[in-house]
Design a protein around this ligand. Structure first.
Ligand code: ANZ
Length: 925
């Protein structure tokens, strides 16, 4: 192979790697471990585009590097293979989702293999595989059988809770449980029927079912989680989403709110992701306070973060969904209130929160008593109050809160100032609240805000009408989905009460159905399976698990993927511990990345895993954007004008498939063949070419800017693609794909090849000893490459390789002692060509197991140094000296230096102190 025939080289070594099991995870437990994980893909029907492998290439480089550094590396890949697209395809075509999923996975695997990744495919997992989801169901079962003990601050067996109930009821138990959990004694518990007991326990279980308001998407026929809804529409498909009350399986993630916050301090994740999780959890410290309702023996409890504003309360507002509304609404007001509720609950939560301008609300006819002034304040219903947050009731303080202010203005309610200078401007009011003085109320007048807050808090506690309270915005996570293509929830119903399946009954496999749609009664697709029942004829749960179930624990399964007895053995965990480096997109910040932390903490509490955070370091790779091309059609004509001429015409830009364009020049023949109307079109050219315009946009089919890695590999090879993606720019950055730039990188590899291989396909290698200059070039590059990999700065390394090669070519250095280490440095990036050149250098074993070159600082010692010159302690200038020059020679030059002369200003030099390689100090009179 005199020429660089990448097709042959890449095929040869991929076959070799496979045949020799090169990428099997090592099992020599005396070596240190390193676990590099990629977020596993959902295998969609359209395969990979060049943006997808970016993170995989980076993680592959790190894996190969760590392996060469002597680590046992776990670098697995799998598929998040349950999900909506396969199901919708099934609905449209009748094709079983298992079949399309299988086909898509096969295509993904082939594409991934062509990229030369060092995945250990023996460890592949698929979330839709019963041998995998058996364990997802097992975790569900554990969650169902657990409750959260706030006293020990961890999840415990439900049996321990039952035991406490039997002994002393629940009054002394601090648990994460439903708001409506009643207090009962041991004897009351014992008198309960089996059914009553089960209903009660559901209020404590970490996986539980209850009636709750959910995001219902009629068009998709399913419930969506909060993070799947954007601005009142489904994230996928953009269908309207409404709130609806339904029995729902949920996960009590709120029990872990505080620990999920605290854990963030212990992991090296990008700050924006941590901040998004903190905001999502939304911790707020405030107080709960009771208002009594006039003429009714009733209390209304509010949650406030501004108890200091209590004297400014001029109304209360209830969320439209609140159960209290009906109880306090007067008969006169009832029709108005009911009409208001009807229209309010159809709005999405986000609209209700953000829509400050359109103030709406209705008076209930009832009044509450102010706890201190005993004045009557009207009680309203308004949709800006959310039912699921705090107590679903707000004390309206128009002087301090923007929304309350807008509300009071709109309905002409009184506004009473409480803090000097306060104006209902949230930012300002928060500022004043931290510094201002109280006005208005007699006993607080002139008191500083902070002291007033302490005083009022003490007062309400003394009066037994309230207490300090910490609230979290985060809600429990809805778990059941009305879909077919997901894990069945291992629950069956007896007399309408849910029971969990025994472990021996797992996996509960997905039944066959005659259509992947809801039944005519609106039940989920699983209800179509006639025999989806226990042996005793009890029906199973019909909803399935959400997309995030399997991905919440898959990282443990890779450690021990074939274990049939456990989800992951203790032994495997002891060695692999946790993910050292996790690479993936930032879009999962409050979805997968939060749920997976939750499940890990739960498994930790129950002693199933030995870490309570599973990924020490997370890096979000940026997206590769598309570089779209445009043609310009003259309005009303079938004529296309080349880009630089369009100012002379009235044109409309049209996307053109980037695969018909090279260096922005349109292949007119291809274009004509692809579009019916283009066949007869006129083209107005410049320099005989049609030049296209371009723009950076999201890479997507609709913008005709998708570049398929298969095409690039076919044309340039996988090594070029890998190297080019790394060369594009810093890993975390968003950057456009530009096929034009790939030539340069390809040329580098060709040059590398030519440098090593002569016309007769032999290595041009000399065994001569390298000289200091050559060693310096090499060791500079070793230093750069190893430091760069450690900080995941790959683009800078690629430049360093290019510089190094040019310098070696200039020196005509083909010495084995230089070329071998150089190839090892490049090997993680371009493994195929590296393997071939390594072989040509006479090596018998794979480059992937060779030790990474060690940096020796002696070789790069500089022979000169630019000394800072300090005159009487102040650095005034710098002078370059050879490091082996004599002190007297330095002194002579220093004294004569123009700058030194200027700064010493004719004064006598008393002393010159030379600190070799550091600094020169001059002391004058
Ligand atoms: C009086 C007050 C005065 C309030 C003031 C704020 C500013 P965070 O920090 O987000 O927790 N609130 C309470 N429950 C609510 C609900 N269900 N829907 C909408 N708003 C609700 O916000 C807590 C504050 O938001 C609470 O403190 C309450 O208004 C309001 F100058 O009480 B505040």
């Amino acid at each position: 192979m005199a020429e660089y025939n990448f097709r042959e080289v890449e095929k040869k070594w991929r076959t070799f790697w496979k045949a020799n099991g090169i990428y099997k995870t090592g099992n020599d437990l005396s070596k240190p471990k390193y676990y590099v994980l990629d977020m596993f893909p959902y295998p969609s029907g359209s395969g990979l585009h060049v943006g997808h492998p970016l993170g995989y290439i980076a993680s592959d480089i790190v894996s190969r590097y760590k392996k060469m550094k002597g680590f046992n590396v776990l670098h697995p890949m799998g598929f998040d293979s349950f999900g909506l697209p396969a199901e919708q395809y099934a609905i449209n075509t009748g094709q079983h989702p298992a079949i399309t999923t299988e086909n898509n996975i096969a295509r993904y695997k082939e594409q991934l293999k062509n990229l030369g990744f060092s995945f250990d495919w023996d460890r592949e997992v698929r979330t839709s595989d019963p041998s995998f989801y058996k364990w997802t169901q097992w975790i569900f079962r554990e969650l169902y059988n657990s409750w959260y003990n706030k006293t020990t601050d961890k999840a415990e067996d439900i049996d321990s809770l039952v035991h406490s109930f039997e002994k002393e009821g629940n009054k002394n138990i601090a648990a994460a449980c439903n708001e409506d959990t009643p207090i009962f004694s041991a004897s009351e518990w014992k008198q309960m029927t089996e059914r009553e007991k089960q209903v009660l326990l559901l209020k404590y279980r970490l996986a539980y079912v209850n009636e709750s308001h959910v995001n219902w998407c009629p068009a998709l026929g399913t419930v969506l989680s909060n993070d799947e809804v954007k601005d009142g529409f489904s994230e996928r498909g953009g269908h309207p989403v409404i709130k609806k009350k339904m029995p729902q399986w949920s996960m009590r993630i709120t029990a872990y709110a505080e620990r999920l916050l605290r854990g963030l301090e212990t992991i090296e994740w990008p700050e924006p992701i941590k901040e998004m999780q903190r905001n999502w959890i939304g911790k707020s410290v405030g107080a709960e306070l009771d208002f009594s309702v006039a003429e009714k023996n009733m209390q209304i409890r509010v949650f406030t973060t501004r108890l200091d504003t209590i004297y400014g309360v001029t109304f209360l507002t209830l969320a439209p969904e609140s159960d209290i509304v009906s109880a306090i609404t007067t008969e006169v007001q009832r029709p108005l209130v009911e009409a208001y509720i009807q229209q309010a609950i159809h709005k999405s939560e986000k609209d209700r929160m953000s829509d400050v301008k359109s103030v709406s609300g209705v008076f209930t006819g009832s009044y509450a008593l102010h706890p201190f002034t005993k004045e009557s304040i009207p009680i309203w219903v308004a949709d800006y109050v959310l039912s699921g947050y705090g107590t679903g009731v707000v004390m309206g303080v128009p002087c301090s809160d923007t929304r309350d202010y807008a509300f009071a203005k709109h309905f002409s309610l009184p506004i009473i100032p409480v803090l000097e200078g306060e104006t209902a401007d949230i930012t300002k009011s928060n500022f004043i609240a931290k510094s201002g003085k109280m006005i208005h109320s007699q006993d607080l007048n002139g008191m500083e805000w902070g002291k007033a807050l302490v005083k009022i808090t003490a007062q309400i506690e003394q009066m037994h009408i309230g207490k300090q309270k910490i609230n979290y915005k985060m809600r429990d996570a809805i778990f059941g989905r009305q879909r077919y293509w997901g894990e069945p929830i291992p629950i069956y119903y007896k007399d309408g009460i849910p029971y969990v399946l025994d472990n021996t009954a797992l996996p509960l496999t997905l039944p066959e159905v005659n259509a992947y749609l809801p039944t005519e009664y609106g039940e989920p697709p699983l209800a179509r399976a006639m025999d989806f029942k226990t042996q005793d004829g009890n029906p199973y749960e019909y909803t399935t698990m959400p997309g995030w179930a399997g991905s919440s624990w898959y990282f443990f399964r890779y450690m021990d993927p074939h274990n049939e007895k456990e989800f992951c053995s203790k032994e495997a965990q002891r060695y692999w511990q946790k993910v050292d480096l996790y690479l993936g997109g930032a879009e999962h910040a409050t979805g997968h990345l939060l749920y997976s932390r939750f499940w890990t903490k739960f498994l930790y509490d129950k002693g199933f895993v030995n870490v309570d955070e599973y990924a020490q370091k997370l890096v979000n790779q940026g997206m590769i954007q598309g570089r779209s091309n445009f043609v310009y059609r003259v309005v009303g004509e079938n004529t296309f004008v080349s880009f630089h001429l369009i100012q002379n015409y009235k044109t409309t830009p049209l996307h053109v498939d980037v695969n018909m364009v090279e260096n922005d020049v349109l292949d007119i023949e291809k274009f004509k063949n692809a579009r019916a109307e283009a066949k007869t079109a006129q083209f107005i050219l410049e320099d005989d070419k049609y030049i296209c315009g371009w723009e950076v946009e999201k890479m997507s089919k609709s913008k005709l800017n998708v570049v398929n890695p298969d095409d690039i590999i076919e044309k340039y090879g996988a090594d070029t693609l890998r190297l080019y993606e790394m060369f594009l720019g810093p890993l975390e950055q968003f950057k456009p794909w530009n096929t034009n730039g790939i030539e340069g990188v390809h040329k580098f590899l060709k040059k590398l090849w030519k440098f090593f291989v002569d016309e007769n396909s032999n290595g041009r290698i000399s065994l001569e000893k390298p000289n200091p200059e050559e060693l310096k070039i090499l060791h500079k590059t070793i230093k750069k490459a190893s430091e760069d990999i450690e900080r995941l700065s790959f683009n800078t390394s690629v430049s360093a390789f290019m510089i190094c090669l040019n310098e070696l070519i200039a020196l005509k250095c083909n010495k084995k002692e230089i070329l071998e280490p150089f190839i090892l440095l490049i090997a993680p990036y371009t493994p195929h060509i590296a393997e071939e050149l390594w072989y040509l250098l006479g090596n018998k074993s794979s480059v992937t197991v060779a030790p990474y070159p060690l940096y020796n600082p002696e070789y790069v010692q500089e022979d000169s140094f630019e000394y800072p010159i300090a005159i009487n302690g102040k650095t005034r200038t710098k002078i370059l000296f050879s490091l082996d020059i004599e002190a007297t020679a330095i002194e002579k030059q220093v004294i004569e230096n123009e700058s030194v002369l200027k700064w010493t200003d004719g004064k006598k030099i008393k002393k010159i102190i030379i600190m070799k390689g550091k600094i020169i100090n001059i002391v004058t009179d």
